[in-house]
Design a protein around this ligand. Structure first.
Ligand SMILES: [Zn+2]
Length: 130
């Protein structure tokens, strides 16, 4: 459960301390991430195209959120299909950034496990280097 709360808060999946995305948030660079976690050294993009799978999570999240709203509007209101589509597109645009970042965060949290000793090992490794 804590893993999903951590994903919701955009924290490093390995140490759960550092932020996953560059701060402060810039609208022109919504997906900018540091190269690696400053606390445990976990790389945020372990290989090129790593976040390709996040696209499917984004699609699934959008469907799960927007489809029920469209069905409820269709069943309980007298709105036309075009009106319902306009509302759905508006909600989708409002939630776009949140879903975009959340899908990346969920993807890296699915792939990388929490490691309580990651910080200790990372600090020991840093000390060994001259
Ligand atoms: Zn970390």
């Amino acid at each position: 459960m804590k893993k999903w709360i951590n994903a919701w808060q955009y924290r490093c999946p390995r140490c759960r301390k550092s932020p996953l995305f560059a701060e402060p948030f810039e609208i022109s660079k919504p997906l900018e991430m540091p190269y690696a976690c400053t606390t445990c050294g976990q790389r945020y993009e372990p290989e090129p195209g790593y976040y390709f799978g996040a696209m499917f999570i984004s699609y699934g999240l959008s469907c799960v959120l927007l489809l029920p709203i469209a069905l409820i509007l269709n069943i309980y209101t007298e709105l036309s299909v075009n009106g319902i589509m306009a509302i759905i597109i508006f909600i989708g645009a409002v939630l776009f950034m949140r879903i975009l970042r959340l899908s990346r965060s969920l993807w890296i949290h699915i792939m990388i496990r929490y490691d309580p000793n990651a910080i200790t090992r990372y600090n020991a490794r840093k000390k060994k280097k001259p």
